[in-house]
Design a binder for this molecule. Structure first.
Ligand code: BG6
Length: 521
């Protein structure tokens, strides 16, 4: 029986960008690969009046613009389009949900009736529990209203069969600790924690999932990942893009700390720093991540400025093309103090990591699109050899290069280990070299999109790759004092020209620990 047996997918916010850019392509691929079967209705729900046919035409147009012609499978599309439906709903109006429920049931019966007619021997749908996945691809201010509406219409099953309804929510989950707690409370009024799937799409990335496999599926690296061997760890999520489209409107109320560091970067930190779980299961993994967040501390004492730096880009060149200053971007306030860059030095106060600095940075309009985790090991205790770096016959004497293990999340997904080797010749000269594993060389298949994996996990009822409410709260607890300090400060963010690696103040965080940011290749 397929993972999606007797499942329906309802997407609230079906006219939005997320549905077009991520959800529909992901569902199309899942259907194409038969992870989602042909009897699964996918019901788009939004405020605008629209027929099923119009909705299908819009989805087709958006898929065509994303999938190259030679890879677009017409036959599959025909099949997929039969699974697509549209229903109009004002999410904030509870009286409209009964009609929605009846409509959804009619669609479910129609689609299953058709598939049962062709699949003799399949048990009747009525005999099986019906699973519904409700994807709230809307603004968070509508989450509570949507859940109330579902409750009013009797679409939220009772305790015993709670897992038959799964609700997926998208970030931002609040904009600080208090608002995140309020949101959690609102959802908890009607839903149990195991019904709520909070998406952090970074966790759906293949290379992010590989962090745990790499650490706990190999015996040779894990014994080194602790304070005895690691000098420091750097986590970078760099983006070259700025405020494309009308992104500035949202971003100006958010900033780099809320938009990326509080979620994606802290999740990467948890995965690289956590202890091995006793079982590879949702609860055990999330318990270990939670312990990391509980042990998270500022990396320096005194004011926030001693360990957290914010920056904002000015005009510059990115990939040799001129880029506007942040304050000149569409829908950004001309006097905005929103940070487009943040760097932090943090510590994890536990037995494994005491004394090891972790450096985190993320920003827009940096020179490259790259996400990576770099683990820098301690240097050998004695410097017995001269280290050189050579290009052809030209060699320079350099400082001993410590070993580095780089987990490259994207793009050109890879794992590299830097070590020293003897340079051939009559002297004992050391040259740093790198041993690289590149996904592209080893695996022919393209890496699945994060949303494909995450949607399938919701359908399967596996919450391992989703953020639990206590993790969310712990992450907000850590970053909220920084947001407060910035809000109460009369200072503006440090400026950096677009196309550079952020403000120079961020280098200071590193220099104080005799370290330097990597320039990812
Ligand atoms: C999103 C942020 O969560 O992640 C965006 O809102 C950011 O601002 C994006 O660009 C980065 O994700 P990815 O997968 O493109 O690295």
């Amino acid at each position: 029986m397929s993972d999606s047996f007797n499942t329906s997918i309802l997407i609230f916010g079906a006219s939005g960008d997320l549905t077009a850019r991520k959800l529909m392509p992901a569902l199309f691929h899942l259907c194409q690969q038969k992870y989602v079967s042909a009897d699964v209705p996918i019901v788009g729900i939004a405020r605008k009046e629209k027929t099923d046919e119009q909705f299908r035409a819009e989805v087709l147009e958006s898929l065509r613009s994303r999938i190259p012609n030679d890879r677009f499978d017409e036959a599959r599309w025909l099949q997929f389009s039969k699974q697509l439906f549209y229903r109009q709903l004002d999410i904030s109006n509870p009286s409209e949900y009964v009609a929605l429920k009846e409509s959804v049931e009619a669609i479910e019966n129609e689609l299953r009736g058709n598939s049962e007619a062709t699949a003799a021997g399949t048990p009747l749908a009525e005999e099986q529990p019906r699973h519904r996945v409700v994807y709230l691809a809307t603004t968070p201010s509508l989450f509570a209203a949507a859940v109330e509406g579902l409750h009013e219409a009797g679409m939220i099953p009772d305790r015993a069969s709670a897992s038959n309804l799964r609700v997926v929510v998208e970030k931002p989950f609040g904009h600080d600790l208090i608002s995140a707690q309020e949101l959690t409370e609102q959802l908890a009024r009607r839903l149990r924690e195991n019904q709520i799937y909070r998406i952090d799409h970074y966790l759906g990335k293949e290379t992010v999932q590989n962090i745990l496999l790499f650490r706990f599926g190999n015996a040779i690296f894990e014994p080194l990942l602790n304070r005895n061997h690691v000098d420091h760890i750097q986590i970078t999520v760099a983006e070259s893009q700025g405020m494309e489209g009308s992104r500035g409107g949202y971003y100006d109320t958010s900033g780099a700390l809320r938009d990326v560091l509080q979620n994606h970067v802290l999740q990467l930190l948890c995965l690289i720093a956590m202890d091995p779980p006793s079982l590879f299961q949702a609860r055990e993994i999330r318990d270990e991540k939670m312990k990391v967040l509980q042990a998270l501390r500022p990396g320096a004492s005194g004011s926030v400025g001693n360990w957290a730096i914010r920056g904002q880009y000015t005009a510059g060149l990115v990939n040799r093309l001129p880029a506007l200053a942040y304050r000149e971007e569409e829908r950004v306030q001309p006097n905005s103090n929103t940070e487009t860059y943040v760097a932090m030095r943090v510590a994890i106060d536990n037995w494994r990591w005491a004394g090891v600095p972790f450096f985190l940075r993320t920003g827009k309009r940096l020179p490259k699109q790259v996400s990576e985790i770099a683990i820098q090991f301690k240097k050998p205790p004695l410097n017995l050899f001269t280290t050189v770096e050579c290009e052809g016959d030209l060699c320079d004497l350099v400082d001993t290069r410590p070993n580095q293990l780089i987990l490259r999340i994207q793009p050109q997904e890879a794992i590299s280990l830097r070590f020293s080797t003897k340079r051939p010749g009559m002297q004992y000269q050391v040259q740093p070299v790198s041993m690289d594993f590149e996904y592209e060389d080893h695996f022919q298949a393209h890496l699945p999109e994060a949303y494909e994996r995450l949607l399938l996990d919701v359908i399967r009822g596996d919450s391992t790759l989703f953020t639990r409410s206590d993790e969310l709260e712990a992450a907000w607890k850590f970053v909220t004092p920084v947001l407060d300090a910035w809000r109460n400060s009369s200072a503006s963010p440090d400026l950096y020209p677009a196309g550079t690696w952020g403000p120079s103040a961020a280098d200071r965080l590193m220099a104080e620990c005799r370290a330097a940011w990597r320039s990812p290749r």
